[in-house]
Design a protein around this ligand. Structure first.
Ligand code: HEC
Ligand SMILES: [Cu+2]
Length: 309
C-alpha cells in the first residue's frame, strides 16, 4: 500500500517556523551565495586570463591564492560555529518531552520527570514556547528531525541527547527519522502539532485520563475484540489495559491525524487494513498480522479504536 505522505504537515527545511530552523536556513543561504559568488569571480578571471595571456603579477598569486581563501574560509567558519552553538543550546526552563525511537515508531512522554503522560507518533507542543526534546532509542540508532523547526539530532543506544526547539507559529510540522534504521525506516515519520499554550495544557489534562470511546453500545464489541485478541500484550490503553510498552500507546489513537507513525490517514478503513495486514503496509513492523479475525470483528475493532480520541 502506498503512503499518503503529502497529506500531512509541511516538511521542508526551506519553509521555517522557528529560531533554530531560521538560523540553519540563513547559514545555508550565506554559504551557497558566497560559494556561487566566488565561482563566478574565478570564472571571470579565467576568461580574462585566456583573453589577455601573459604572465600574472606575483601579488595575484599571494592575494588570490592565499589571503583571500584564508579570510573567506575563516569568516564562514566563525559564522557557522556561532550558528551551531546557538542551535545546540538547551533551555533549562523549557517544557520537557521525552521521545524514544523504536523500529519504526516514536514513544512520547510529556513531562517525564513529573506527570509522565504517555502517547505516541504525534507530538503536541505549545506555540511560541521552548520545548526541550530528550531523545533516546529502544533499539538501533534513529535520528529525530523536524525540518521546519530545526536541525536533526541522533537517538543513540545508551545515551540521552537533548535540544530545544520553538515553534513560532501554530500548525502541523512533519518530522522524519533521518538515520537508516531498518526495512521500514522511510515509513518512520511523525507530526509536531503546535497549538496555543492554553490548548496544550488542556490537551495534557485530557490525555492524562482514561481512554474515552464514543460510548455507543455497538462499539463495546470492538473493545472486547481488543481484549480477546491479545492486543494488550503490546499496547497500553489507559483504563482498559495498562502497562504494555512494546507497541505505541493507543489511549487516543483515533485522535491522531495519521496512522502508522505519520504515514496513513487515521480512519476505520486504514485501521482495519493495518490490523489485518500490517506486514504489507509496513514491512518489518514488530506487530503480527491479524488476518484470522472475522470481518465483523475487524470492523468493530477498527470502529472502537477510531473512536478513542
Ligand atoms: C507483539 C506486539 C503487538 C501486538 C500483539 C499488537 N501490536 Fe499493534 N503495534 C505493535 C507495534 C510494534 C506497532 C508499531 C509498528 C510501527 O509503526 O512500526 C504497532 C502499531 C499499532 C497501531 C498503530 C498505532 C499508531 O499510532 O499509528 C495500531 C492501531 C495497532 N498496533 C493496533 C493493534 C491491535 C488492534 C492489536 C490486536 C489485534 C495489536 N495492535 C496487536 C505491536 C503489537
Ligand atoms: Cu528510525
Amino acid at each position: 500500500m502506498t503512503s499518503e505522505l503529502g497529506e500531512f504537515g509541511a516538511q521542508s527545511a526551506l519553509r521555517v517556523f522557528g529560531p533554530n530552523a531560521e538560523a540553519a536556513l540563513l547559514l545555508t543561504v550565506i554559504m551557497t551565495a558566497v560559494g556561487l559568488a566566488i565561482f563566478a569571480l574565478v570564472m571571470a578571471f579565467v576568461w580574462l586570463a585566456a583573453r589577455r595571456g601573459g604572465q600574472p603579477r606575483t601579488w595575484w598569486i599571494w592575494g588570490g591564492g592565499l589571503v583571500f581563501p584564508l579570510v573567506t574560509i575563516l569568516a564562514l567558519f566563525v559564522f557557522s560555529s556561532i550558528t551551531l552553538r546557538a542551535i545546540a543550546r538547551t533551555d533549562p526552563d523549557a517544557t520537557v518531552i521525552e521521545v524514544t525511537g523504536h523500529q519504526y515508531w516514536w514513544d512520547v512522554i510529556y513531562d517525564p520527570d513529573g506527570r509522565a503522560i504517555r502517547d505516541a507518533n504525534e507530538i503536541v507542543v505549545p506555540v511560541g514556547e521552548p520545548v526541550t526534546f530528550r531523545l533516546k532509542t529502544a533499539d538501533v540508532i534513529h535520528s529525530f528531525w523536524v525540518p521546519s523547526l530545526g536541525g536533526k539530532l541522533d537517538m543513540i543506544p545508551g545515551r540521552t541527547n537533548s535540544f530545544t526547539l520553538t515553534a513560532s507559529e501554530a500548525g502541523r510540522f512533519r518530522g522524519q527519522c533521518a538515520e537508516f534504521c531498518g526495512l521500514s525506516h522511510p515509513k518512520m515519520a511523525f507530526e509536531v502539532v503546535a497549538v496555543p499554550p492554553e490548548d496544550f495544557a488542556a490537551f495534557l489534562d485530557r490525555l492524562e485520563g482514561e481512554a474515552r470511546d464514543a460510548a455507543r453500545p455497538e462499539l463495546l464489541d470492538g473493545k472486547q475484540v481488543f481484549l480477546d485478541a491479545g492486543c494488550a500484550a503490546c499496547h497500553q490503553i489507559r483504563g482498559v489495559a495498562e502497562g504494555a510498552r512494546i507497541g505505541p500507546d493507543l489511549t487516543r489513537v483515533g485522535g491522531r491525524a495519521a496512522l502508522g507513525a505519520g504515514m496513513w490517514r487515521m480512519n476505520k478503513g486504514n485501521l482495519a487494513g493495518w490490523i489485518a495486514d500490517v506486514s504489507d503496509m509496513k514491512p518489518g513492523a514488530q506487530m503480527p498480522d491479524y488476518n484470522h479475525l472475522s470481518g465483523p470483528d475487524l470492523r468493530a475493532l477498527a470502529a472502537w479504536l477510531e473512536s478513542l480520541k
